[in-house]
Design a protein around this ligand. Sequence first.
Ligand code: BES
Ligand code: ZN
Length: 453
Amino acid sequence: MSDPIAYVRERQRESLAELIDFLRIPSISTQPEQQAETAAAAQWLADKMKQAGLENVEIIPTPHHPLVYADWLHAGDAPTVLIYGHYDVQPAEPLDLWESPPFEPTVRDDYLYARGSSDDKGQVYIHVKAVEAILKCYGRLPVNVKFIVEGEEEIGGESLSHFIPQNKAKLAADVALVSDTAMVSAQQPAIVYGLRGLCYAFIDITGPKRDLHSGSFGGGINNPLNVLAHIIAKLKDEDGRILIPGFYDEVRPLTGQERHILAQFPLDEAAWLAETGAPEPWGEPEFTLVERLGARPTLDVHGIIGGYTGAGAKTVLPSKVHAKVSMRLVPDQDPEEIGRLLKAYIAELAPPSVTVEVTVGHGAPASITDFNIPAMQAAAQAYATAFGQEPVFMREGGSIPVVSAFQSDLGVETVLMGFGLPSDQIHAPNERFYLPNFYRGIETSIHFLQNLG
Ligand code: BES
Ligand code: ZN
C-alpha cells in the first residue's frame, strides 16, 4: 500500500472532479431561494466524509442552515484536532462579469474558476482528502479528528455560535485547524494569527409616505436620500478616521513590538496596488498600509438603495432609502457595544423631518492567536515540507467569526492554515483557486496531522 502522499498524488484528477461537483451546488447562504441548494451542499459533503472513512457523520439541523459534523476518535492519547470550514458561499452577482458561469466550474491555466472555489469549498475539502488518504493507506489516523463545517459563515455564523457553547464536550479539542485564508503568494505560505471582527448594520430612512414629485414638493419635504448622504458623510472623515463617539475607546493599542513585526511583513505594495486597480493606497496617515489592512478598525458602506436607479432621468423624492454598512473591528472592541454606539450616533444625526432606523445585524469579535503553541510548529513544518518554504505569521483584515468562539467557549486556539492567494477574487466575479495549492494543501494537511501525532 502506498503512503498517503503518493496516494493523493496518484488521485489528483479524481480530487479535482469531486471538488468540481461540490462547486456546482449554489449554496448561497444569504439568499432565501437557495435554501434547498445550501442543504444539498451539506449533504454532498456529509456523503464524501463517509466515503473518506470518517465516522459519526451527522447533518445537524439548525434554525437556518445545517451543520455537518464527523469524527475519527481512535488515536487514544494523541491530540484532538477540530477542523472547521464553511460550505456556504457569497452571492455571485454581478453575473455578467464572470468569464465562465459561477456555478459551472471551469479550469483555465492552473486555476479553477467558480464561486466558493477558494472561499471556502476548495479549502475545506483539502482536509477531507487528507484524512481519507491517511485512513485508506494506514487504516488509522495519527491524531483524533473532529470536523465541524457550517453553512452560515458568510452571514455571520449565528447558528454555530449557539451550537458551540451547548456542545462543548462534543467539540472538545486540543487545537482547531481552519483553512479559509490566503497565503502571501504562491511561493510564500502564511499562518494568520489575527483576524478582524465585524459589526454589520442596516440604515433605513423613510421620508414621505410615497414617492413625491420633486418639483411640487422639493424644498418643502426633506429628501431621505439627501439625509442618508449626510449621515454617511459624518461616519468617517476623509482620512479614514471613524467619527462615531467612543468607537476607539476599547481599541487595544499596537505595541512597539507588534508594529515592528508588522513592518517586517513582505507586502509588495506596487503589486498589491496593481491587483486592486485603484490609483493609490489610502487610509489613516499615522498607520502603515499593513497596519491599516489588518490591525486597525474600519467602516465601509456596501450598498445604497433608493430613488430612481433605472436608465435615464426621473425627478422624484423617494419615500424610502436604505444603506448597508459594516465596521471591521480589532481587539478589544465588542461588536454589540459598537452596534449600540452606531445607533446612538445616528439617532443624534437624524433630523426630525424623516424617520431613521438602524438595525444591527451579525457581528463577531476580532481574534488574536497565541502562536507559541505546538500546533503552530507542526503547521510551519508541514508548510515547509509541502511548499519548500517556511510560512510567515500575519494578521488578516477579514473575519472568521468562529475563531473567537473557539477561544472563548472552548478554550481552543486555531491554526489558520490558508491555501488561497490574494488574487483569488473571493466574494467577487471570477473567484478562482490555484490548483497547485489545492494539491499541495492536501499534502500540507497530511504532514500537519502526522507532525502533530
Ligand atoms: N474567507 C473569508 C475570510 C477572509 C477574507 C480570509 C479575506 C482571508 C482574506 C470568510 O469567508 C469571509 O469572507 N468572512 C466574512 C465574515 C463576515 C460576514 C462575518 C467577511 O470577512 O466578510
Ligand atoms: Zn470564507
